[in-house]
Write a protein that binds this ligand. Structure first.
Ligand code: FAD
Length: 441
């Protein structure tokens, strides 16, 4: 393999390009949008930093230490745990080992039971001893059932787990696969929850720089409309209809249609979003059902006074959570101003003004003693496809990097699990498969 093309410059494609280029393959990455990053994007406007949806980097994920220079990202941390809010009442629930300042408040928190607090510590110990490869540890179920089986109370599930893990999985019903809970719980308890001072897009910017340093070329504004393996149809016929999934003759080439031109490569990594990957490769097992959210940003004259802690809505999901961004990352707003966001799960029909009014009402009921002066709606990010849907069992049916016909490989969170970690792991998987098939591993 001398020439490879990576289609898509999200985290998966950027990592794949780097690993291929490091083995002296001439790699070109083609990205449809004007900038790389895919679902991890940031908009800078009037001195404010708006990530496209509330996203955080969990430094505990295994791929983070391997693919990123975490120090160079200049991270700003959120406090562990959360502030649980409902009309007229707020309380802090944190990890006493990592946030001793919240020890007393957490100990007296009545939104969950004393047994829940002990069970959380036991689960933390159990999962910290288990390797990443050993997840899931047992027969998979939903997050809700997983917590019930472990004896967590209904109040813990409703008051804390539903808004907290609902915010992570964009699914407040907790019907997501329990392995997603295990991965995130293990990462949350072993590392930091943080954002780069310059916004989440600093992550793909660093991955792009790494890929280019290794020798990869990155072209933005290039949309690939077709990926065709030369001779693939003949080989399918000769094989009696069985797709030659493992047959990768050295002389096979792949043709790509890019804006009226045809490019030729020895291998192609398709690292687009899942629906586009399915269209380009015809691999039916690429999941295309997605989870959505809307994140709205606001300015305020003063901080909420909860520190760098996510505020969970224990009463209902309008909004699911509010994040005091500048309490963690003052750089997210100009001139010492305060930046908050509120995230609504799914695809709320309501217009921007109605969503802002709902957030203001919720904040007013949670913080009756505080003035909300200066409350101003700044930006609304509607994200129709944020994560692929992950019900129990879905991970066993996900496609493999080698599933397409010929020297075409799949990379994307949907080959692993929907996260920054899953996307970066998948990029490495695809590059390794392509290198191994070309005897370059
Ligand atoms: C709102 C939101 C919140 C999230 N929160 C978190 C979080 O807190 N922590 C976490 O770990 N994960 C989070 N995630 C998930 C994580 O961001 C994704 O799993 C990950 O970024 C997916 O990366 P990817 O490279 O697989 O795909 P994508 O990011 O979808 O990248 C695909 C790329 O392919 C390009 N492309 C598509 N079609 C073509 C084409 N025809 N030709 C050329 N290029 C093409 C696209 O423009 C895009 O750049 C969140 C996601 C969202 C949206």
């Amino acid at each position: 393999m001398e020439r490879a093309v990576v289609v898509g410059g999200g985290l998966a494609g950027l990592v794949a390009a780097r690993h291929l280029a490091e083995r002296d393959v001439a790699v070109t990455l083609l990205e449809r949008r004007p900038s790389v990053g895919g679902r991890v994007r940031t908009r800078h406007e009037d001195g404010f930093t708006f990530d496209r949806g509330f996203q955080v980097l969990l430094t505990g994920y295994p791929a983070v230490g391997r693919e990123l220079d975490v120090e160079a990202l200049d991270l700003r941390r959120f406090a562990p745990g959360a502030c649980i809010a409902r009309p007229g009442r707020r309380s802090v629930l944190s990890d006493p080992f990592r946030d001793p300042t919240a020890l007393t408040e957490s100990a007296f928190n009545t939104e969950v039971t004393v047994r829940d607090k002990l069970r959380t510590l036991l689960l933390r110990r159990k999962l910290s001893k288990r390797s990443w490869e050993a997840i899931p540890g047992e027969r998979e179920t939903t997050v809700r059932e997983y917590l019930r089986r472990r004896g967590f109370s209904e109040t813990f599930v409703e008051n804390f787990a539903a808004p907290f893990y609902g915010g992570i999985t964009l699914d407040r019903s907790l019907s997501t696969a329990s392995r997603v809970f295990e991965y995130t719980f293990k990462a949350l308890s072993s590392g930091r929850t943080a954002v780069p001072a310059e916004g989440m897009e600093a992550i793909p910017r660093q991955l792009r720089a790494n890929a280019e340093r290794a020798g990869a070329g990155v072209e933005t504004g290039s949309t690939v409309t077709e990926v065709a393996v030369a001779g693939a149809a003949d080989r399918v016929e000769a094989d009696g209809g069985t797709p030659p999934v493992t047959e990768r003759p050295a002389d096979t080439e792949v043709r790509l249609a890019v804006g009226g031109e045809t490019l030729v490569a020895d291998a192609v990594v398709v690292a687009t979003d899942p629906p586009t990957a399915r269209d380009l490769t015809g691999v039916e097992s690429v999941p295309t059902d997605g989870r959505s959210c809307v994140t709205q940003y606001y300015a305020l004259d003063r901080e909420l006074g909860v520190g760098p802690r996510i505020v969970l809505n224990a009463a209902d999901d309008r909004p699911n959570q509010v994040v005091p961004h500048t309490a963690a990352a003052p750089e997210y707003a100009p001139d010492g101003r305060t930046l908050l966001s509120a995230t609504f799960l799914g695809r709320p029909d309501a217009d921007r003004e109605t969503l802002a009014a709902e957030t203001r009402t919720a904040l007013g009921s949670w913080f009756p003693e505080r003035s909300l002066s200066g409350f101003e709606r700044l930006h609304t990010a509607r994200v129709p496809f944020a994560q692929f849907d992950q019900p129990p069992g879905v991970h066993e049916s996900l496609p493999d990097a080698r599933d397409p016909v010929g020297p075409v490989y799949l990379a994307g969170d949907y080959t692993r699990w929907s996260s920054i970690d899953g996307a970066m792991e998948s990029g490495r998987d695809a590059a390794r498969a392509a290198l191994a098939d070309a005897d370059l591993a």
